[in-house]
Design a protein around this ligand. Structure first.
Ligand code: 5MM
Length: 339
């Protein structure tokens, strides 16, 4: 079959499947390893990710694609097999994080702009040769007193659109990730308002840069209460508000929306996705591209010890299966208890 942007995007949101975000930059993976008292060496990072990619049950049944970091896409498993080949052998698609991180935005105190456009065309061409068929770029929008500003939203949307256009030129599907952080004390109404504003601007810039939406995947936050907000919205409210917001601003041409987990508990991330698919009535596939909500359980079970690999793989397979069920509204809380 000829591979097109559209066919890759469709495969990324195949029923029962979603994306494993394993693209932690060196700083972020160090924080994750610190939490299990493990040194962040190249070998430890390789061992951890190899363990995930060799979890056959998860990778074959529920993981359509894996977002990798620059180091990982070049790494080999202990037996010499490129990690990319492990992913492909499981029928999953390798992807790559291509942004260079969110940096302080000059003139906009407290806000960030994602960098990485210089030389991106050449980097994408190399990543394609290394096996990547989709990419990811994350913009970070924080909510606090007086922020986000429209200036920050616009600068980030413009960068996302330029990135997406370059990806498609290089036959790579862009995952467009404008993340409105859930770290603050804001309520769900404020999240709704900012998410709508951010998405409106992003889609305006994607159109201006002639990005083919059928070959694009959106990776947004859910419309949710800030973590420190005293009034936490229910699962049903998060699901209904997210769908209502997205119906207003996300074009039907987008084949799929894959959510980030953003610091939600493992079970909340699954429950919210399930509730949205249970409501239905929207034109896109709704799936996951979770980092923490897929990896927290295997990481803590593993703890850096070889004797825990099988249990950690079982923990990963379980979370992948729960989220796979949630893409089809087939998850139930009871299934967690049985695990
Ligand atoms: C896996 O974490 C990703 C990379 O973060 P850094 O560039 O800060 O190291 C992150 O972009 C991730 O893909 C998304 O935020 C989704 O992960 P969560 O944990 O929010 O589901």
């Amino acid at each position: 079959m000829t591979e097109t942007l559209e066919s890759i995007a469709e495969a990324m949101v195949a029923p029962g499947k979603g994306i494993l975000a394993a693209d932690e930059s060196s700083g972020t993976i160090k924080k994750r390893f610190d939490s299990i008292n493990l040194e962040s060496t190249e070998d430890n990072r390789r061992d951890y990710r190899e363990m995930l990619f060799r979890t056959e049950e998860a990778m074959k049944n529920n993981i359509s694609g894996v977002i990798l970091y620059d180091e990982t896409i070049r790494q080999k498993a202990k037996d010499g097999t490129p990690l990319v080949d492990l992913i492909k052998a499981a029928g999953s698609i390798p992807g790559i994080k291509v942004d260079m991180g969110a940096k302080e935005m000059a003139g906009f105190p407290g806000e960030k702009i994602t960098e990485g456009l210089d030389g991106l065309r050449e980097r994408l061409a190399e990543y394609y040769d290394l096996g990547a068929r989709f990419a990811k770029w994350r913009a970070v929008i924080d909510i606090a007193d007086g922020i986000p500003t429209q200036g920050c939203i616009e600068a980030n949307a413009e960068a996302l659109a330029r990135y997406a256009a370059l990806c498609q030129e290089q036959k790579i599907v862009p995952i467009v990730e404008p993340e409105v952080l859930m770290d603050g004390g804001h309520d769900i109404d404020r999240c709704d308002e900012v998410t709508e504003a951010a998405l409106r601007t992003v889609f305006a810039r994607l159109a201006a840069h002639r990005v083919n939406l059928e070959g694009t995947i959106l990776k947004p936050n859910m419309v949710i209460s800030g973590k420190k907000c005293t009034k936490q919205a229910s699962v049903e409210e998060v699901a209904a508000r997210t769908i209502a917001c997205f119906k207003k601003v996300v074009p039907a041409a987008i084949p799929g929306i894959v959510y980030l987990s953003g610091g939600q508990s493992d079970e909340d991330a699954t429950a919210h996705l399930n509730a949205m698919n249970a409501i239905g009535g929207f034109p896109w596939k709704m799936s996951f591209s979770y980092g923490r909500a897929l990896q927290h359980a295997p990481l803590t079970t593993w703890g850096g010890k070889a004797e825990n690999v099988a249990a950690a793989q079982a923990a990963f397979a379980h979370r992948a299966k729960m989220n796979g069920l949630a893409t089809q509204a087939g998850w139930k809380k009871d299934l967690e208890k049985a695990a």
